[in-house]
Design a protein around this ligand. Structure first.
Ligand SMILES: C[S@@+](CC[C@H](N)C(=O)[O-])C[C@H]1O[C@@H](n2cnc3c(N)ncnc32)[C@H](O)[C@@H]1O
Length: 556
């Protein structure tokens, strides 16, 4: 474990507002707790509510006439506007957003985060009695304001003005801002743009807790295949977490429990080597131009990690370094490598992009891509199917045809092919054809093993699907082997935290062990039964022997 770090500020994502606690980001139970003042945020417990909102006091003096009856309307007020929440070292994070125009529900996440950083800073200054004019919260974080487009800069300025007005509306005379405060706020927004981290929680697709009641594995009748989805629950600023650079092949794994960030090394890291995490795009996830574009647009750097280069050498001798995969350029280095591998002279070296290397026929790449995308979307239609009985045979047959087409068009080890194999496995699990489900799940794992290293977390998640299929097939040996392999990978990525981050792994382990015990019991039982029958037979035979036929051939 390299780092455990609590978030400095955080905000729930829009898509999780109605389903997750706005404080700890866990899924809310049926009886949610609201913010008593504005009722916008929901919390999973009173404790989370108090941490986010502050202490609440009820003023019972206000009455309301209702159907001629006087009803006590408990007028609530959120007390201690300046003090920290009872059990926390943080300020009540929602208080300055509460009521009024509900601006925090409307503004983008980065801006609400900036507002929360400012609110912390203002409250600290007020507590320390340092005066009301704000300057800068002085976060020691990098920004790229100079490289932002004019439109992006303009947007930040507008949002900064809106945010200052919102803060002024809450802090009133306690807060006054200057032109300098506005500039500082614009820079703070720029810092947040390149330093905020998405908090993701793992969710079992079979309904999380449902899994604990023995429903999480694939079985005809359950119609589910145990799979896991990453849910992006919040956006946060982690002060120490923000110092790590990006690599497309990271050597650390970042995961979250509630709001806490954990960084765990997934390999031995030599002293002096950089510790790097992935900002989203990873090798195998997207192709290189897409990855570079995304990193340039969101983080303002051109990714130069070694993943993007191939060092070609012959024995000890370095031939060249190829920059991948700009295949539209056919340069001297490619020619060198071509000659090296095909041992041919320049004249007959057929390595132009989009030309077959043996027959020289040309392939229309854009047509092939369009064809492959069409076939892929036909297969993805199967994802939308949920009910067992509603999967028409013809849809499956069509999907199988599309899969064959994609196999002809795509590289055999492409992520796209792995994904469609996975979708086919899920569809076959739904219709109850577990043999086919296993075949496609295994095909998907085989591709992922080529794309990533064999101990990559993505393979562990796919192995869990295989375990659930094997369980319903009753294949004990295969189930145990796949589960043991998945557990070893999870241990590498989550250490002992695997129990609380991925509780379904423990559930699967118990199910597999119970099945094995049951099989062992039946095996013992049938062996004993067989032995008993043999003994009985033996006794019977002895009895019969005692009454052995006489030489006359009569049994007596
Ligand atoms: C979250 S910060 C990382 C810490 C930052 N390097 C620092 O010194 O504070 C993100 C910024 O770091 C830089 N960065 C991160 N990964 C990089 C990489 N692989 N190559 C070049 N710059 C990188 C970019 O400027 C990016 O916007």
């Amino acid at each position: 474990m390299l780092l455990t770090c609590d978030s400095h500020v955080q905000i729930i994502t829009k898509s999780c507002r109605d389903t997750h606690c706005h404080y700890c980001f866990s899924e809310v139970p049926a009886d949610v707790v609201f913010c008593p003042s504005c009722t916008l945020p929901i919390y999973c417990s009173k404790m989370c509510q108090e941490q986010a909102v502050g202490e609440i006091s009820w003023n019972q003096n206000t009455c309301l006439e209702f159907n001629n009856n006087s009803v006590d309307l408990a007028k609530l007020s959120i007390t201690s506007t300046r003090c920290r929440t009872p059990n926390s070292k943080h300020n009540a994070e929602h208080r300055h957003e509460c009521g009024g125009a509900h601006w925090a529900a409307v503004l983008p996440a980065d801006i609400v985060l900036a507002g929360r950083v400012m609110a912390q800073y203002i409250e600290k200054r007020l507590m320390d009695r340092k005066g009301s004019t704000i300057s800068s919260p002085n976060l020691d974080l990098i920004h790229h304001y100079d490289q932002e487009s004019p439109a992006s800069k303009f947007e930040s300025h507008i949002y900064a003005i809106v945010l200052l007005l919102c803060l002024q509306n809450y802090y009133r005379s306690d807060f006054s801002c200057t032109e300098d405060s506005l500039s500082q706020l614009v820079l703070l927004i720029s810092q947040i743009k390149v330093n905020s981290i998405a908090i993701v929680h793992m969710k079992s697709m079979d309904g999380g807790k449902e899994l604990t009641v023995n429903k999480g594995f694939s079985a005809y009748g359950d119609a589910v295949m145990c799979s896991v989805e990453q849910v992006r629950v919040a956006q946060a600023i982690y002060m120490s977490g923000s110092f790590f650079n990006h690599s497309c092949r990271p050597n650390v794994h970042a995961y979250f429990y509630s709001r806490t960030l954990f960084l765990r090394a997934t390999e031995y890291i030599k002293a002096g080597s950089p510790i790097e995490l992935s900002y989203g795009p990873q090798a195998g996830e997207m192709d290189l131009p897409e990855r570079q574009k995304s990193l340039q647009e969101n983080y303002y750097f051109s990714c130069q990690c070694k993943e993007n280069f191939v060092h070609v050498s012959l024995g000890e001798c370095h031939v060249c370094t190829l920059s991948l995969p700009d295949i539209s350029k056919f340069d001297d280095d490619m020619l060198k490598v071509g000659k090296l591998f095909f041992r041919k002279s320049d004249a007959i070296l057929n390595i132009d992009p989009a030309f077959c290397m043996s027959c020289r026929s040309q392939l229309d790449l854009s047509f092939a891509v369009a064809l492959s995308n069409r076939a892929t979307s036909k297969i993805y239609r199967l994802k939308e199917l949920t009910a067992l009985d509603n999967v028409p045979e013809v849809l499956i047959a069509e999907a199988l045809q599309s899969l064959e087409q994609i196999k002809k068009l795509r590289h055999p080890y492409s992520k796209a092919l792995a994904q469609v194999e996975d979708t086919m496995a899920e569809a076959f699990a739904k219709v109850g054809d577990q043999e086919q489900a296993r075949k496609h799940c295994e095909a998907s794992i085989k591709i992922l093993e080529k794309l990533y290293h064999p101990n990559h977390i993505i393979i562990a998640h796919e192995l869990i699907k295989l375990v659930s299929i094997d369980l319903s097939l009753g294949d004990g040996a295969s189930t145990s082997a796949a589960l043991a392999r998945a557990e070893a990978i999870f241990l590498l990525y989550y250490g002992p935290d695997v129990k609380r981050i991925l509780p379904y792994v423990g559930v699967l382990r118990r199910t597999v062990s119970e099945r094995a015990k049951r099989i062992e019991y039946y095996h013992d039982f049938s062996q004993k039964a067989r032995k008993g029958i043999q003994e009985e037979d033996g006794n019977a035979q002895n009895t019969c022997a005692k009454r052995a036929p006489t030489s006359t051939g009569h049994a007596g």
